[in-house]
Design a protein around this ligand. Structure first.
Ligand code: URA
Length: 436
C-alpha cells in the first residue's frame, strides 16, 4: 500500500522521491485512492521545496502517461507551438498556416482562454461551423493530409495534468516553475508532436510575474522537453502591451487575416515571423531563425500562408465569407462603440496589457471560471500604441460592447491602461532572448 503521508512528509522535509513513488502517487490520485487534501498538501510542499531534475522528469512522464496519446508516424517531424498566454496574442492563427504552407506539419493542441488571457480555441470559434474538438484520428489524418490541424485539448490526453491543475487553481500553487513546466510539457508529449517552440511571455500582461521568473520558465520548458528527446526552443517575448491593434475573439481573427494578407500591425507580423522562423529552424528546414523569418515573409507575400489558412478552416468545417478572406468584409463586431480620449497631449508611454485583458473580460469577452460562455464580438481597439503622439481629446482606444452592466468598469480599466508623458519613450524589444 502506497504511503501517501510518508510521501508528503518526504517532500515537506526537502527529500527526494523515486520515479516509482511519483508514478504510484499520480496513479493513486487518478484512481481516487489519494484524497484531494493529500494531493493538495503535496503540491504545496513542491511549491516551497521544488522538484529535482530527475523528479521533474518522472512526474511529467507519469502525467503524460496517465491517459491516451496521439502518435504520428515516426519518420515525420511534427511541430507544436505553445504560448504561455497574453493579451491580443493571435500568433497561432498566423504562424500555424505559415509553417504548414512551407511543408512543415503542425499539430496544435490548444486551450480555452481563462482569466485575462485569451485562448486560440475561443478565437477560432468565431468562425461559423468550425469543429474545434477533433478526434485523435481526425487530428492525425488532417495533419498528414493538409499539413496542420488545431484542436481543443481532449480530456483523455494527460488527464492527471487536469486533475493537478484544478487543485493548483484553488490552492495557490499555480505559480511554481516545476509544476507549470510539467503541466505544459506533459500535455505536449501526449499531443504527439516531436518538436516544440515555446513563446514565453514576460511583462505586465503575462501570466508569470517578473521577468526573471519568465526566463526561468523558458529554461525549464526547453530542458524538460529535451530530456524527453524532443527538439525544443523558447522565445522570450514582451507582453507589457497588447499585441497588435485588436483584443477580442472575432476581432483577433480579423487581425490575423490582415497579417496573412500582408497587412496588419507591424508588431504582430514581426513576432509571427520570429516564431515561424524558430519553428522552421527546429524542424531543420532552414539553417537559422533569420533564414526562417525570411521564408515565412515570402509565404505571406506570395499568398501561400493565407491559402493554407483557408484550407485549415475548410478541413475543420468552418465557413468564411470570401469577402472576409480577401479583406473587403470584416468579421462580426459588437455594434456599440465607446471612445476613450486622451486627457492631455504627449506620447503614449504605456498601454498596460493586463488592464486591457481585464477590460475585455468585463465586457464578456473572457472568462473568470472554466466553462463560462463568452461574447465573441466584443473588443478593444488600440488606436495609439506606445510611442505614438496624441493630442488632448484625441481617441486612444475604442471599446466595442453589447452589454452595459460593467461598461463603466471596463472603461476605467482601458483609460487607466494608458500613460501619456512628455518624453517619447524608448522602444522595447519584442523578442528579448532565444533559449535553445
Ligand atoms: N499553463 C499550463 O498549461 N499549465 C500551467 O501550469 C500554467 C499555465
Amino acid at each position: 500500500m502506497f504511503d501517501v503521508l510518508g510521501f508528503i512528509e518526504q517532500k515537506r522535509d526537502g527529500k527526494f522521491h523515486t520515479p516509482e513513488q511519483l508514478e504510484d502517487f499520480v496513479n493513486g490520485c487518478m484512481k481516487g485512492e489519494v484524497p484531494d487534501y493529500q494531493a493538495a498538501a503535496w503540491l504545496m510542499a513542491v511549491y516551497f521545496r521544488g522538484l529535482s531534475e530527475g523528479e521533474l522528469l518522472s512526474f511529467t512522464k507519469a502525467l503524460a502517461d496517465s491517459g491516451d496519446k496521439i502518435t504520428f508516424p515516426k519518420d515525420i517531424v511534427v511541430l507544436d507551438k505553445h504560448s504561455t498566454g497574453g493579451v491580443g496574442d493571435k500568433t497561432t492563427l498566423i504562424v500555424l498556416p505559415i509553417v504548414a504552407s512551407l511543408g512543415v506539419p503542425v499539430a496544435k493542441l490548444s486551450g480555452k482562454g481563462l482569466g485575462f488571457t485569451g485562448g486560440t480555441i475561443d478565437k477560432l470559434s468565431s468562425i461559423p461551423g468550425m469543429n474545434l474538438q477533433l478526434s485523435a484520428k481526425k487530428f492525425i489524418n488532417q495533419v498528414m493530409e493538409i499539413g496542420c490541424a488545431i484542436s481543443g485539448h481532449s480530456e483523455a490526453l494527460a488527464p492527471a495534468e487536469g486533475f493537478f491543475y484544478s487543485l493548483r487553481d484553488v490552492t495557490g500553487t499555480v505559480p511554481s516553475i516545476p509544476l507549470i513546466a510539467s503541466s505544459i510539457v506533459s500535455k505536449k508529449l501526449a499531443g504527439g508532436a516531436s518538436s516544440f517552440v515555446f513563446d514565453v511571455k514576460f511583462g505586465k500582461g503575462s501570466f508569470m510575474k517578473g521577468k526573471e521568473k519568465s526566463f526561468q520558465l523558458a529554461d525549464a520548458l526547453v530542458n524538460l522537453a529535451k530530456a524527453f528527446d524532443k527538439k525544443a526552443l523558447a522565445l522570450l517575448t514582451n507582453m507589457n502591451a497588447p499585441l497588435g491593434t485588436w483584443v477580442g475573439n472575432s476581432a483577433e481573427v480579423q487581425e490575423a487575416l490582415d497579417v496573412l494578407r500582408g497587412e496588419g500591425p507591424q508588431d504582430t507580423r514581426e513576432l509571427c515571423l520570429s516564431l515561424a522562423g524558430a519553428m522552421l529552424f527546429i524542424a531543420g528546414k532552414v539553417k537559422s531563425i533569420e533564414e526562417g523569418k525570411a521564408e515565412a515573409g515570402r509565404a505571406i507575400s506570395d499568398g501561400r500562408a493565407l491559402r493554407q489558412f483557408e484550407r485549415l478552416v475548410r478541413a475543420q468545417k468552418g465557413t468564411l465569407d470570401e469577402g472576409i478572406i480577401s479583406g473587403s468584409k470584416k468579421m462580426p463586431l459588437a455594434k456599440n462603440v465607446k471612445e476613450i480620449r486622451s486627457l492631455e497631449e504627449g506620447y503614449v508611454a504605456e498601454c498596460n496589457a493586463l488592464n486591457i485583458g481585464l477590460a475585455l473580460r468585463k465586457l464578456g469577452g473572457g472568462r473568470s471560471r472554466k466553462g463560462e460562455s463568452i461574447d465573441l464580438t466584443v473588443a478593444v481597439e488600440i488606436l495609439k500604441k506606445k510611442g505614438a503622439f496624441v493630442n488632448e481629446g484625441e481617441p486612444l482606444a475604442r471599446i466595442y460592447f453589447n452589454r452595459t452592466n460593467l461598461l463603466e468598469e471596463a472603461t476605467e480599466l482601458v483609460s487607466s491602461a494608458f500613460i501619456v508623458g512628455h518624453e517619447k519613450p524608448s522602444g522595447e524589444l519584442l523578442v528579448e532572448r532565444v533559449v535553445e
